[in-house]
Design a protein around this ligand. Structure first.
Ligand SMILES: [Fe+2]
Length: 135
């Protein structure tokens, strides 16, 4: 935002709030000694980013449960990367990398893997209770 285009400005301690002639709104803390920006809401209130009438991002907290919704109206829980990494690494090390197949004498389709690929399944432990998204 150029100086000439700024129509409203509030400054203090190196931070500035500015509105320019186009209606752009700027929170500028890059010259502040601190510079954190906090949006503080009461329990039950929503923080939303809406672009073109569509919700892009929404954060809620009812006082007990925090929800972060990516995309608006999302129902799919996000995967917890570290938990999924552990699950997959356990599967590879304990099941996939060590399995064998019995092949019938004379050829043909082999039997299922041995030991069986059982006991390593994805559960709610690999999914977020906080963040959701949608396709
Ligand atoms: Fe195999």
């Amino acid at each position: 935002v150029s100086e000439a285009q700024i129509t409203a400005r509030e400054t203090f301690a190196g931070s500035a709030l500015e509105i320019d002639a186009a209606g752009d709104y700027v929170i500028d803390t890059h010259e502040a000694i601190g510079g954190d920006v906090r949006v503080q809401l009461a329990a039950g209130r929503r923080l939303m980013v809406v672009v073109g009438g569509r919700t892009i991002f929404e954060v809620t907290n009812d006082g007990a449960q925090t929800r972060i919704d990516l995309g608006g109206g999302s129902s799919e829980r996000l995967v917890l990367g570290d938990a999924l990494k552990s699950l997959l690494n356990e599967f590879f090390a304990q099941k996939f990398d060590v399995h064998v197949h019995v092949t019938p004498a004379g050829g043909g389709t082999s039997d299922p893997p041995l030991p069986a690929f059982q006991g390593t399944q994805m559960t709610d432990a690999q999914l977020s209770n906080t963040a959701r998204t949608k396709p």
